[in-house]
Ligand binder design. Structure first.
Ligand code: SOE
Length: 385
């Protein structure tokens, strides 16, 4: 077998996403042995030397850095993976692009559109491979949903509906800012559920159903003040705790989206449903290997919702895993993204969503926040190809 070409990874950030991405890099060589490229866990970076060393030992990184600029300056790093809070994405990505590194950036691309635009400009000017980790696209049932819609089985699409519900911030004692709770701080995160959770739903929606042209949104911040974990002061909360918006898609269908961190009992309930003139599909993250499908053209005596267990080798990604009937999990979306990224280096095709694609999601997020503030419909300016 020909020797593999190495892609030497420099990971920045050792939180939840640092772990999911590292797991992706580690699994790929075993399950995608045909790829020309293989990831090498060269260095991991985080500010605390002791903690980052423990992370390196646990995940098998060869070395550590405590300053991301030092990591980017290294000649033995080919690709920089950004897993740090949103307020650092732009600075790190622009420096990495200037240094000629490939970039894999955790979602959302940026805190806002202006930052995102600079990031897109930077990677395009540098001509470096880039991708954004919108991981749910690469769960087999979601990829299958995309393929079914693209095949035309649903006919004309009327409705796209998505929810992303959580309940972890109901307690007013949850602080804002700092490790683990930076998502609560508007300075670090850019927005609340809109950028953190609805961004996933928007990315999947536009991928499957095309561009979102205009939006009308309401947001709410239920707990108005929280202590800041870094300053220790009680400060106004600037993020949206909940957001509901409706919209038009370019194809004439209507969209309805809801996200909140105040839905008691829901930890990460991402659901989507698409209704077309002939057929409908729906999916639920809590039962992620299943895609439900209803086809009105079925003979009436057997017509009904089919529950498709997406575990067959003919279905997306499933030839890589076990045998039909045996499902996979949340973490596999990240494994698939690593594999697709490496494959894109072989083919020269972009690994979607690229920074440019993710900027379109950013445009919708920005229009949603502006709509809620101005209590008016907002055009998104999305250019979806
Ligand atoms: C927030 O709790 C969060 O971890 C998001 O940041 C992720 O993107 C989402 O996939 C799960 O929930």
């Amino acid at each position: 077998m020909a020797a593999k070409k190495e892609i030497r990874i420099g990971l920045i950030g050792t939180g939840f996403m640092g772990r999911t991405h590292s797991n992706g890099y580690k699994r790929v060589p075993n399950f995608f042995p045909e790829l020309e490229y293989t990831p090498v866990l060269k260095a991991v970076c985080s500010r605390n030397a002791e903690k980052v060393q423990a992370f390196a030992d646990q995940w098998g990184y060869e070395s550590i850095e405590t300053d991301w600029k030092a990591l980017i300056a290294r000649d033995d790093i080919d690709a920089v993976d950004i897993c740090t809070p949103n307020d650092t994405h732009a600075e790190i990505a622009m420096a990495a692009a200037a240094a000629g590194k490939m970039i894999l950036c955790e979602k959302p691309l940026s805190r806002n559109l202006a930052e995102g635009e600079k990031m897109v400009e930077a990677v395009e000017k540098a001509g470096v491979a880039n991708t954004v980790w919108y991981n749910y696209r690469r769960l087999p049932a979601v990829t299958l949903a995309k393929q079914i819609v693209a095949s035309g089985k649903l006919g004309r699409i009327f409705h796209y509906r998505a929810n992303f519900l959580q309940d972890w911030t109901i307690n007013a004692d949850v602080p804002q800012g700092g490790t683990g709770t930076w998502r609560m701080d508007v300075e670090a995160a850019g927005s609340g559920v809109t950028g953190d959770l609805l961004a996933h739903c928007i990315d999947t929606a536009m991928w499957i159903n095309g561009g979102i042209t205009d939006v009308s949104a309401v947001t709410e911040t239920f707990v108005k003040e929280r202590m800041h974990a870094i300053t220790g002061k009680v400060q106004p909360v600037g993020i949206d705790d909940a957001c509901i918006f409706h919209c038009h898609f370019e194809n004439g269908s209507l969209g309805l989206f809801e996200s909140t961190r105040y839905a008691r009992g829901h930890k990460a309930l991402y659901t989507l449903e698409i209704n077309g003139e002939n057929a409908s599909i729906r999916w639920d993250l809590h039962d992620l290997n299943r895609l439900e499908y209803f086809d009105h053209r079925d003979e009436s005596v057997v017509r009904g919702w089919r529950s498709i267990h997406v575990t067959d080798g003919d279905q997306p990604y499933m030839d890589k895993w076990w045998v039909p009937g045996l499902g996979i999990g949340y973490e596999h979306g990240f494994v698939h993204q690593v594999a697709d990224f490496l494959k894109s280096l072989e083919t020269g095709e972009p690994c979607n969503p690229t920074f440019k694609d993710a900027l379109e999601t950013q445009k919708v997020c920005e229009a949603v926040i502006n709509s809620a503030k101005s209590k008016s419909w907002q055009d998104t300016g999305v250019e979806w190809t």
